[in-house]
Write a protein that binds this ligand. Sequence first.
Ligand SMILES: NC(=O)c1ccc[n+]([C@@H]2O[C@H](COP(=O)([O-])OP(=O)(O)OC[C@H]3O[C@@H](n4cnc5c(N)ncnc54)[C@H](OP(=O)(O)O)[C@@H]3O)[C@@H](O)[C@H]2O)c1
Length: 237
Amino acid sequence: MRWRSALVTGASSGIGAALALELGALGCDPVLVGRNRERLAAVARRSGGRALVADLADPDAVRRVAEVAADTDLLINNAGAGCAGPLPEMPEARVAELVALNLTAPLQLTRAALPGLVARGGQVGFVSSIAATGVRGEAVYSATKAGLRAFAASVAHEGVPVTTVFPGLVATRFFDRRGAPERRFPRPVPPERVARVLVRALEEGTAEVFVPSWLGLAARAQGALPATFHRLAHRFG
Ligand SMILES: NC(=O)c1ccc[n+]([C@@H]2O[C@H](COP(=O)([O-])OP(=O)(O)OC[C@H]3O[C@@H](n4cnc5c(N)ncnc54)[C@H](OP(=O)(O)O)[C@@H]3O)[C@@H](O)[C@H]2O)c1
């Protein structure tokens, strides 16, 4: 469909900002959600969109954003954060924060948006991660991203086309912010590439896309040969 409106979470930087610019170029004046007012305003100026400042780890703020999501033609759940390291060393509050931001917020926003999307023939997009296959040292992050994958597949039975993108390594501030070095593999891709692939997949009604595309093989290998996959993942990270 030709989207007249869109809401993109995590639009103040990285993949979300690239999505906002891509959608702005298509003429659909996106609503841009994030916490950093200045960065959001800068992306809003460039994309023709409008900034909506909200902390998506806060349920009250999610409710405010949900009211806006109820009127959109396209909802893209992109905002997210990572955390790497041994699970026992992860503070209890950080576990809750990651689940709230990466998983609960997309669930609630999609729940609120769904009736309007179904009525208007709208669509939902999710930014998951190849970590949804279960990667070493990122147990909670992987769980949230795998949860998104299952949620997306289920929502697709409720009357809206749903597209999920699974990036590998993307050249954004994500790794600086999570406070741990980048995964060593695969080679980083620019956020603009992830945004382009997701928007094209939404236009074509594709359910799942991987960036780079060969990562789809890794996901299939995990499904078909989980023990072998996880032995290799443990060895190579
Ligand atoms: N970079 C990678 O290698 C990679 C790989 C696979 C998947 N991903 C996924 O891609 C998505 C986008 O990440 P990115 O790589 O573009 O990193 P990024 O540049 O750090 O972008 C993260 C976005 O999420 C927003 N955000 C973070 N915490 C938030 C909160 N509590 N409330 C509202 N917004 C919040 C940030 O905005 P504010 O700071 O303004 O709040 C920012 O706009 C994430 O879901 C991430 O898991 C990234």
